[in-house]
Ligand binder design. Structure first.
Ligand code: VGL
Ligand code: ZN
Length: 195
């Protein structure tokens, strides 16, 4: 698959089995691995350049301990994905595919909520959109957690930026089932392709 990439949103322990554990998270991790393994067979070939590979980009919710979205600070969420804690780590089965330059951190500033992966930056200060453009990506596959929040916001920003967006329906997890169904139907209406 040339010119396509996968964006994995917030597959972090607090959203899988931690303080904000989401429904279908274990399945979503399994399905994500299946998809990655089917598309990255060439990634470890000797001398293969990054542009010949199927890039896998990771988004990480990455909060300070006093983030404004936390209930202790008047927000709506339990404390989660605090920088430097296990809850903020990417699931270990996905670790072999993590490339630091393709990892984007969001929610790092305690004063703002950032649901979209578009608001994140890698450790070189680049945004997801910038890196996708540098890699000449047109088609983006998206999976992750949670459907109604970070997955949806990331998909919608990708669509607005002109990418073709394919959402891997089996590889997502949700806070609330009805909210998940409604978000999927609305995203589909907007032009996000459910795969
Ligand atoms: C998310 C709630 C709070 C998400 C992040 O990744 O969907 N949800 N922070
Ligand atoms: Zn968060």
């Amino acid at each position: 698959m040339i010119n396509s990439a996968l964006v994995v949103v917030d597959m972090l322990y607090d959203f899988i089995d931690g303080s904000l554990a989401c429904q279908n998270a274990d399945n979503a991790v399994k399905e994500t691995l299946r998809f990655i393994e089917a598309h990255t067979e060439n990634n470890d070939g000797g001398g293969v350049e990054i542009l010949d590979m199927f890039p896998v980009l990771f988004i990480r919710d990455h909060h300070p301990a006093d983030h404004c979205s936390f209930a202790s600070e008047g927000g709506i969420w339990p404390s989660h994905c605090v920088a430097g804690t296990h809850g903020g780590d990417i699931h270990e089965q996905l670790q072999p595919y993590v490339v630091e330059e393709l990892t984007f951190y969001k929610g790092c500033d305690k004063t703002c909520e950032q649901y979209s992966g578009f608001e994140g930056k890698n450790n070189a200060g680049q945004s997801l959109a910038e890196v996708l453009e540098l890699l000449d990506i047109q088609d983006v596959y998206v999976c992750g957690i949670a459907t109604e929040y970070c997955v949806r916001n990331t998909c919608e920003d990708l669509l607005k930026a002109g990418f073709k967006v394919n959402l891997l329906e089996k590889a997502i997890a949700w806070v609330d089932y009805e909210g998940h169904r409604k978000a999927l139907a609305e995203m589909n209406e907007e032009g996000i392709v459910l795969k």
